[in-house]
Every structure is written in C-alpha cells, then in structure tokens.
Design a protein. Sequence first.
Length: 393
Amino acid sequence: MSEETTEKYEEVVEGKAKLLVYRLESYRVKGSYVPALTPVFFNPIMKTNRDIMIAFLRTTLQRTTKELRYGEMMTGVGVRCIRAILETNTKLICEINDINKKAIELAEKNLNINGVRNKVKTFCVDARMFSLMHSAPKDRFDYLDLDPFGSPAEFIESALLSVKHEGHVGITATDTATLLGNNSIKTFLKYGVIASRIQFNKEFGIRALIASIALTATKQEIGIVPELAYSEKHYIRVYVKVLRGKKYAKESISNLGFVLYNTKENSWETIKMEDVIKNNWEKGENHQIIGPIWLSKYIDNELVKSMYNNSFELSQESVDMILKIANENSEIVGYYDTDLISKSLNVSSRKVQKLINKIKEKGYVATRTLYDPKGIKTNMPNSEFIKIYSELS
Ligand SMILES: C[S@@+](CC[C@H](N)C(=O)[O-])C[C@H]1O[C@@H](n2cnc3c(N)ncnc32)[C@H](O)[C@@H]1O
C-alpha cells in the first residue's frame, strides 16, 4: 500500500475478502464508530447479514456450468460481490452499482486486490436507474441485492423488475422503528401499512415489509414467495423468490390480511384480505385493525436447514443465527409476551418451558420465538391460553 493509502484506509478481512475501507477509528463519535460518517459506507457489524447472504446464495443458486447473473444496487466498498464470487463456488457474472463515485472507485480497488476485477462490471448511477437498465429479459439477474440506508421502499419496484422468473432478491431495511410501528403515519407513508405498537411488533415489522413487497410486485404482475426473513440488531432482512405472471401475483396477494388486535385483552385474530374486500368480517368493540401484513409462512425452514449445512467458514455468530431462524415457526402469526400477560392478569411470571409443555399436552402447537426470550407462539385459542396461564403456578 502507498503512504497515501495507509493514511486513508485500513485493510479488513471479511470471509475470504480482503478489503480497503476508510480508517474506522477516524470516524468515531463518543467512542463509537459511525459508518454513515465515512466517505464510503462500510459497517463491520453487518457481517452477520452478509454471512447469511453467502449461506443463502450457496443454497439457492443452481450448481450449473452456466454463468449466473448477480447484481447489487448499492455496493459500498464492494464486499458482498467479492464474497459472493470467492465463497459460493458458482460462476457469477456480477454488475454492481453505487451512486457515490468514491464508493465505486474503492470497490474497483477492492475487486483488483481480490483478483476478481474481470468478473465485475461497475456502475455509478441511481439504484433505480441501475435496475431499470437490467429490466429487459436477457439482462435480468438471478440474484439481486438491495441494501440501502434506512428504507428500501422507494427501490423495491425497480428491483423486482430486474429479477428473472424464479430469481431471488435480498432486501435490507434499517428503518426498523418505522416498520415496528413507532410512528404509524410514517409506516403508512413508506409502506402503505397501518401499524401500531403491539406485543409481537418485531414479527409484525417483518410481515409488514413482506406485504409491502408483495403489493408493489402485484402492480407489475409479479408474485413473490418469501423464503427467509428475520430481524436482528438494527435491521430486518427479507429474501424472496420472484415469480413472473398474473397468476403468481394473485396467488401471493392471497397471503395478505389484517390483524384485529384486542387492545383490552392483548389478544388478536387475523382476517384475510379477501374477506376484507368482500366485507365479510366483524370488528369487536376493543379491536384495532392493523395491516396489511403477510399472514402465511415466511421462512422455508428446510431451506434454512440446508443453509446451516452450507454455513462452513462463516462466523459462529452467523451460524447460531441461521440455526435460530431454522427453528422459528412462521406459520403462526404473532406471539404472546408472557411478561405482559402476567401483568395484565396480575399473576406472577410463568416459566416459558412449563407453559409450552402444558399447551402441547392439550394437543396444540407451542414454541419459543427468536424475537423474545419470554415469548410464546401457539395456535391455542386465546380464552384457553388465558385459562391455563392463570391456572399454572
Ligand atoms: C448501507 S450502504 C451499502 C452497504 C453494502 N451493501 C455493504 O454490505 O457493505 C448504502 C449504499 O447506498 C448508496 N446509495 C445511497 N443512495 C443511493 C441511490 N439512490 N442509488 C444508488 N446508491 C445509493 C450509498 O452511497 C451507500 O454506499
């Protein structure tokens, strides 16, 4: 490295990628590194997010001799693309983009350092323009990544247009407060979803983002199948399969619906979008209506188990996260926060495992959730749940 380079940059290694990034310690505020202050964004704590992407690509990209098309709408220092080439054992043709000229210059340096420059075409345009440039059938991607600052909402439609039938798109949202319903006007403006702070708000945020992707896709006669979605740290990440055609759009919309949340009892039920459209529903006295959200399964647990088998050389933190996602039950909408239930019933806190065993004894499904160590997911009717909850010592 030249003197100028060592002054400005430092070298970090992530997976098999060697990367020049702006000196992290020069961008500290009150002792904490602030990636948004750097001339080119790089956030080391998003390694888990990128590791999980590698496991997803290793599992979903076809192992053919054919070259597959990989795209990135917002690449930063180029880390995802370099890792995808070096760590997935797939023949990838990559096209990466960032609106920041300095990012593309640095990404190109990093592509050279890793010996993959000839496999990657770079662009420096608005992300929407980049994807629309790839919307013709022969130019579409097998995998496209969308990783913005904050909300992905404004980029989703163009992203979907540049993905092949049966291709995949990975989307990050870091405006989790909005998706969790901290400011319901903001949630509606960005995602077209009516939100509210409820006891399973982390899961609500994931389902709201998927619903918003599905509704955006349907305008373009595209259907989506969510294969993996989770939330950790400050972000939500969703991977969907793209299916082109009116039939698929209609099918994916049939998975949408609303939550009728009883604010007095802290219980809820769900209603399908179709029933709302047909006015085939009733709102109880204390019910607040929130949504639309994705009501069906959003994790393909078998796929995530295969990702676990494909998680070699990834960090232990990422492998643990994959395992937790593989065990999450996304078929049941919502979970009880047992602290909240104890408080509202004025009883002492109940042991989660004891409660799970009791519910299972009665023939219902009951599991823990990744989103709350004291949370319980169950398909037991609310009145029965409250009864056994009160009776359990
Ligand atoms: C969160 S960073 C991307 C991080 C990168 N994907 C990674 O994993 O390290 C977001 C990037 O989007 C770029 N960006 C912001 N707005 C954009 C736009 N409208 N079009 C293209 N790039 C944009 C920024 O310059 C920044 O590099």
